[in-house]
Design a protein around this ligand. Sequence first.
Ligand SMILES: [Zn+2]
Length: 265
Amino acid sequence: MGTKYCISVDLEGLACVVGAYGQGLAEGTKNYQFAVQQGIREANAAAKALFDNGADEVVIWDCHGSGINLDYTLFDKRCKFIIGAGSRLRFPGIDDSFDGVLFIGYHAYDTPKATLAHVYSSSTFVSHQINGNEVGELQMDAAIAGKRGVKTLFVSSDDICVAQAKESFPWVKTVITKQSLAWNNCISKHPEAVCDEIYQAVCDAVKNIDNAKVYTIDEPFELTVKYKRIEYAQGCTLRNPDNTPFEFIDAYTRKGILNDIEQYF
Ligand SMILES: [Zn+2]
């Protein structure tokens, strides 16, 4: 078959991950080390399902923070890894040689009660809207893969992120890792039970790949970015296709047109 997949691994949406109260999931906080271990377990369960169903190549993207979190020696030996930062691409390494992308550990965009919800930076942004619809990292990363014709196959996260995923990608196979109660609070399934569910759901996703679709955002599109602080909105350098700066909607919010989703990053 010659099939190749990318598993994009964030940490906030994993089972039994809530971060530190008031601090998110920064390196050095108590829940971070567990999150790293659980990210390896959940991604490995997905990788095993892919290999067991005929995958030739599985590439793991370690995408939390600066892109160096996981212990790569603990993965199936056949995996490859996209790690680190600095290539100036939001989704480094993705191209049309991939058949599908799977999202593990992603989180909701800002929503009441959603655990560790944010978009790119919880201290910088309130929201991102594309053509008036709120989007998060999940939708934007899926759209970047989609520009290269790569299908979105699978999402595992908390109940709120999974609901947002189903709205954006109705065909996608999903696993709910936990029920969100608050930004640092959840009722989680057992970490190992979630891995079993991911294995089964990813097997299903591969078997049903013909029904899966490529997620795209039609370009050009209108982007509205609401910042948490007035000076961040003032520092926004986004420009319209005619090179005029994005307009101010209010002191915190800038709006304009982009020709390409990747111009945002
Ligand atoms: Zn993250």
